[in-house]
Design a protein around this ligand. Structure first.
Ligand code: GDP
Length: 445
C-alpha cells in the first residue's frame, strides 16, 4: 500500500467517527481495526501496530471520558499523536555547527540512492549558505567516483576522489583534510555500499569512521524495501552507529511502513526523504507535518520553506505581503509565475495546503497547463482588479463576465480562480501577521 493510500484509509476510518451518533467501544474498535489493518498492509511491524492500538485504547477509555469532552476530537487527536510517535523516536538529529568543518559520513547498501542523496544533501546545505563539499571513498564500485563527479558538477559542488588510489580510508581522509584546510563548513563523505561480503563492507565503514571521525553518520535506506528495512537498519546501526536516516524513493510505490519500522528499531530519527531522482527532490522530514500530509491535511511549514526556496528575494514585495498577511490577486499571479519558472510543479503545489486534488491530478505537464490557463485568465484582469482582494468581482459581477470574454474562457472558470484565491488568501492570513508562521520560521541548517 503506498503512503497516499495509507493516509486515505486512516482518514476514512477517522471520518467514520463523525457518522457514528455515539462513540462507544464498538465504534472505537471498528475504527482501530481499520487503521491497524491499513498500517499492517503498509508493512508496519506488527508489534508496533499492536502498541499503537493499546495506547489509543488506553488514552481513549470510552467509559471514562466525561460527557463534556468531545470524544470524537479526543479520539482523532490521540490517533494523530500515536501516528506521530510511530515515526518520531524523539531523538535529536545532528545540527551542523557554524565556524568549523562538519563531517558527515553516508552509509547504506548499493542501490539505495546513497550517491544521489549525497549530492542532494550537499545541494540542500549549499542553498542554505553553507560552504559544502563532497568526497567519494567508494573504491569498490567502478564508476562510483564518476557518478559523484557528474552529480557534483551539475550542482556546482566541489568534490574529491581518485581513479588510482584503492584504499578508501586514505581517500576519505585526504578529502576531508583538503576541504577542512580550505575552510569548508560541511564535508559529506560517500562510502561504498557493496563488498564481496557484508562483513567486509561493515569493516570498511568502521575503518573510514575511525579515520575521519565523522560528526554525524547518516544511513540511507531505500523506502521501497518493505519489511526488510528493519533488519537492514539494525545491521547498519550496529556496524556504523548512525545518528539519523534518509529514506529514498518515497515518490514511487514506497510502502512507508517499512521505513517506519526501521525508525522504531533503531531509535534514530529520519531527517529527510528522497522524492525523486533530481537534485531538489529531497524533503525535510518532521514527524507531525509528515503525518498531517499523509492524511491529506497539507502542511504549512513545508509550504513556507518551499516558498522561501523559490528565492523570493527576487520578489521582495510578495514576501513582505505574505509576512503582513496580505495577499492580492496579483500576488497569486506572481507566485504562479515564480512556480512555473521553478519546476517540478507538482511537488511544490502538493505542499500547498488547501490545494485541491484536481489541480494536482494528471501529469506534470497537465498541471503546468492548468496553471498557465489560470494565468492567462488573470491576464485579462485590469490593475485595479489584480491589486484587489477579489471583492471587486463580487460587488460588480459584470467584471467576471468581462474577464471570461477577454480570456476566451467561461464565467465558471473565472469563478474557480476567485475561489482558489480565497483559499490561498485565508491561508496567507494564518501564515502572516505578528505571530504567523512566516515570522517564526527557524533559520535552520
Ligand atoms: P547508491 O548505489 O546507493 O549510491 O545509489 P544511487 O545514488 O546510484 O541510486 C540508485 C538509483 O536510485 C539511481 O537510479 C537513482 O537515480 C535512484 N534514486 C535515488 N534516490 C531516489 C529517489 O528519492 N527517488 C527515485 N525515484 N529514485 C531515486
Amino acid at each position: 500500500m503506498v503512503l497516499a493510500d495509507l493516509g486515505r484509509k486512516i482518514n476514512s476510518a477517522l471520518a467514520d467517527l463523525n457518522k457514528a451518533p455515539v462513540i462507544d467501544e464498538k465504534v472505537l474498535d471498528g475504527m482501530l481495526k481499520e487503521i491497524c489493518g491499513a498500517l499492517l498492509a503498509s508493512d508496519v511491524n506488527v508489534q508496533l501496530v499492536q502498541r499503537l492500538r493499546t495506547n489509543i485504547k488506553a488514552a481513549v477509555n470510552v467509559q471514562d471520558v466525561g460527557a463534556g469532552i468531545n470524544k470524537k476530537r479526543l479520539v482523532q487527536k490521540t490517533v494523530m499523536d500515536e501516528l506521530c510517535n510511530l515515526v518520531d523516536p524523539g531523538a535529536e538529529p545532528y545540527k551542523p555547527v557554524k565556524g568549523r568543518a562538519n563531517i558527515i559520513m553516508m552509509v547504506g547498501l548499493q542501490g539505495a540512492g546513497k550517491t544521489t542523496t549525497c549530492t542532494k544533501l550537499a545541494y540542500h546545505y549549499q542553498r542554505k549558505g553553507w560552504k559544502t563539499a563532497l568526497v567519494c571513498s567508494d573504491t569498490f564500485r567502478a564508476g562510483a567516483f564518476d557518478q559523484l563527479k557528474q552529480n557534483a558538477t551539475k550542482a556546482k559542488i566541489p568534490y574529491y576522489g581518485s581513479y588510482t588510489e584503492t584504499d578508501p580510508v586514505a581517500i576519505a581522509m585526504e578529502g576531508v583534510d583538503k576541504f577542512r584546510a580550505e575552510k569548508f563548513d560541511i564535508i559529506i563523505v560517500d562510502t561504498s555500499g557493496r563488498h564481496k561480503q557484508e562483513s567486509e563492507l561493515f569493516e570498511e565503514m568502521k575503518q573510514i569512521a575511525a579515520g575521519i571521525e565523522p560528526d554525524s553518520s547518516i544511513f540511507v535506506m531505500d523506502g521501497t524495501i518493505g519489511q526488510a528495512a528493519e533488519g537492514q537498519a539494525r545491521a547498519f546501526k550496529e556496524a556504523a552507529d548512525f545518528g539519523s536516516i534518509i529514506i529514498t524513493k518515497m515518490d514511487g510505490h514506497a510502502k512507508g511502513g517499512g521505513a517506519i519500522s526501521a525508525v522504531a528499531a533503531t531509535q534514530s530519527p529520519i531527517i529527510f526523504i528522497g522524492t525523486g531522482e533530481h537534485l531538489h527532490d529531497l524533503d525535510r522530514f518532521e514527524a507531525r507535518p509528515f503525518v498531517r500530509k499523509m492524511l491529506g491535511m497539507g502542511d504549512m511549514s513545508d509550504f513556507v520553506e518551499k516558498v522561501q526556496d523559490l528565492q523570493l528575494d527576487q520578489n521582495k514585495n510578495l514576501m513582505k505581503n505574505l509576512e503582513a498577511g496580505q495577499y492580492s490577486l496579483r500576488d497569486m499571479y506572481e507566485q504562479f509565475q515564480q512556480i512555473s519558472k521553478m519546476g517540478p510543479l507538482s511537488k511544490l503545489m502538493g505542499s500547498i495546503p488547501g490545494m485541491p486534488a484536481d489541480m494536482l491530478a494528471g501529469s506534470e505537464e497537465e498541471g503546468s497547463k492548468r496553471m498557465k490557463r489560470m494565468m492567462c485568465i488573470m491576464d485579462s484582469m485590469n490593475d485595479a482588479e489584480l491589486d484587489s482582494d477579489s471583492s471587486l468581482f463580487y460587488s460588480q459581477p459584470t467584471r467576471v463576465i468581462r474577464v471570461a470574454r477577454g480570456s476566451g474562457t467561461s464565467v465558471h472558470e473565472v469563478e474557480e480562480i476567485l475561489s482558489q484565491y480565497k483559499r490561498f488568501q485565508g491561508m496567507v492570513k494564518t501564515m502572516g501577521g505578528k505571530d504567523g508562521l512566516l515570522k517564526n520560521m527557524p533559520s535552520d541548517p
